[in-house]
Design a protein around this ligand. Structure first.
Ligand SMILES: Cc1ncc(COP(=O)(O)O)c(C=O)c1O
Length: 500
């Protein structure tokens, strides 16, 4: 008999002395087989409660003013004995909270939610998030989450390969595009640390419509707000290479070009800077090219749109947010670098001592300059990749792109509306015509916010004023839903006129 032999050969478990204090309720732990089994009914109860909350809704936002909503949350919590009662109220309070939460938060799956680069989450990564949270691994050290560490390496490699980055490429998941851009500029700054220490004045170039996180990063990194030189854009909101070339050629002797930040998918317009020209200029002037593809990087999954990213393979670093075009629950941002040596080795005695590393026990601590404990975000991404494949994600983007093109045509055909920027990716920028259009369009958006029937975005175009924006990231939406959004804007315009 093999089994008894094996059993008798195994070392006996040491008998533990009785615990001097009662153990905590093991039922509360999620990451045990029994805990995971209990997660299913609890999650089912919460999902049912959330669905009930959603069912009572009339639009993407609750039809309440901010003050009314704040009062409702206060009253709800007061009825529950406060947000931190002395004695816990158990699962029933949680079910109640989640029902109210779903009734009162933003409903991104509503097809008329079209304000921000905040997509409705896919089911696969949302479900995986619950299990990942239950197991609560971290990727900073190997022993904090060994499988997660390896998965992150594979997801990073797959993304680098898709973008055409070299075999030396590496990457790291971060807490968002803002953090990825900050980390990229940290690497760029450190690459010229010697020249800056010798008195050089740093300069970072980006287009006039680059994301604000670029100039924020320069401030955080001590480069100074005046380090940022914004380059004018063309009529389609793409950085113009000629003024960039002139600015680089005209740098003073003590000015150090730290980086050119090109955007692949600007927040408002989805415009994509001329990446090959930017790469060429970066090479000629000895500075780094960082591509902020937080929004547009997902085009790499689409056979139809992939060509927009031509030139990205020459980048020194790339920001790519899968919590935008990737339909992941946030966060799922990746910073990719063409040369893994950009991640400075960082040893910490209690986490990743050198002898452990030499023996293969290395996590990803030195990939991450901005975090120690770091979520296993790669797991939900790997799950999504496995479930949908690159083509599946590409099809979702193609669908949203189709909706944006439809919205563009509808707006162009509507005399009361004026198109400012058509669909490159999934956004369309326009405004309602009328006297004092800045005030009018601001009022229209607030009118829609208050009624809760449609959620449109807003932006200001330099020299052209306040505009409205549709950010179409719901692949389940139909063209009829786009019509509903446009009709809601027109109706808000009518109401505004009547109220005047
Ligand atoms: C082009 C671009 N870069 C960076 C960011 C910042 O991303 P996050 O909100 O994940 O920090 C955004 C956000 O919209 C963006 O549009």
């Amino acid at each position: 008999m093999i089994l008894p032999d094996l059993v008798s050969a195994s070392a006996p478990h040491p008998v533990r002395p009785p615990s001097p204090t009662p153990p905590i309720d093991q039922d509360q732990l999620a990451g045990t087989p029994a805990g995971l089994a209990r997660l299913a009914p609890l999650t089912a109860a919460l999902a049912t409660a959330a669905a009930a909350g959603l069912r009572g809704r009339t639009g993407p936002l609750p039809a309440r003013t901010p003050a009314d909503l704040a009062e409702q949350v206060r009253a709800d919590l007061a009825a529950a004995g406060g947000v931190l009662p002395d004695t816990g109220r158990g699962a029933a309070a949680v079910v109640d909270l989640i029902r109210r939460y779903a009734a009162g938060t933003v409903d991104l799956a509503d097809p008329t939610a079209a304000a921000h680069l905040q997509p409705p989450a896919l089911g696969v990564p949302a479900a995986v998030e619950a299990i990942v949270a239950a197991l609560n691994a971290s990727v900073d050290t190997w022993d904090s989450g060994p499988y997660a560490v390896e998965l992150e390496r594979h997801v990073v490699r797959a993304l680098a390969d898709r973008l055409g980055l070299p075999g030396t490429a590496d990457g790291v998941f971060t807490s968002g595009g803002t953090a990825s851009n900050l980390h990229a500029l940290l690497i760029a700054r450190d690459a010229v640390a010697g020249r800056l220490a010798a008195g050089g004045r740093p300069v970072v170039f980006c287009s006039a419509v680059a994301h604000f996180s670029v100039s924020r990063a320069c401030s955080v990194l001590g480069l100074g707000a005046d380090a940022v030189r914004t380059v004018p854009v063309d009529e389609r909101y793409r950085l113009r290479p000629e003024p960039l070339a002139d600015a680089l050629a005209g740098l003073a002797g003590d000015e150090v070009p730290v980086a050119i930040v090109a955007t692949a998918g600007t927040t408002d317009f989805g415009s994509i800077d001329p990446l090959p020209a930017c790469a060429d200029l970066a090479r000629r002037h000895g500075c780094r090219l960082h591509v902020d593809a937080a929004y547009g990087g997902g085009a790499v999954f689409s056979a139809r749109l992939r060509g927009l990213l031509t030139g990205i393979a020459a980048a020194d670093s790339v920001t790519l947010d899968l919590h935008k075009v990737g339909w992941q629950p946030a966060p799922a941002s990746v910073l990719l670098v063409a040369d893994g040596a950009d991640f400075a080795p960082h040893r910490v005695d209690y986490l990743n001592p050198a002898d452990d590393g030499a023996a293969g026990y290395d996590g990803l601590l030195d990939r991450s300059a901005l975090a120690t404990t770091r979520r296993a975000d790669a797991v939900k991404v790997a799950a999504t990749f496995l479930a949908l494949g690159a083509d599946g994600l590409g099809a979702l983007l193609d669908r949203c792109h189709h909706l944006a093109r439809y919205a563009q045509r509808r707006i162009e055909a509507e005399p009361r509306l004026e198109l400012a920027a058509g669909a490159t990716l999934t956004t369309v920028v326009f405004r309602h015509r009328g006297a004092d259009p800045d005030a009018l369009n601001g009022r229209l958006r607030r009118r829609l916010l208050r009624s809760g029937v449609a959620l449109v975005g807003r932006t200001t175009i330099a020299g052209r004023g306040v505009h409205l924006k549709l950010t179409l990231l719901n692949p389940a939406a139909r063209t009829e839903d786009v019509d509903e959004l446009v009709d809601a804007v027109l109706a808000a315009g009518d109401e505004d006129r009547e109220a005047a």
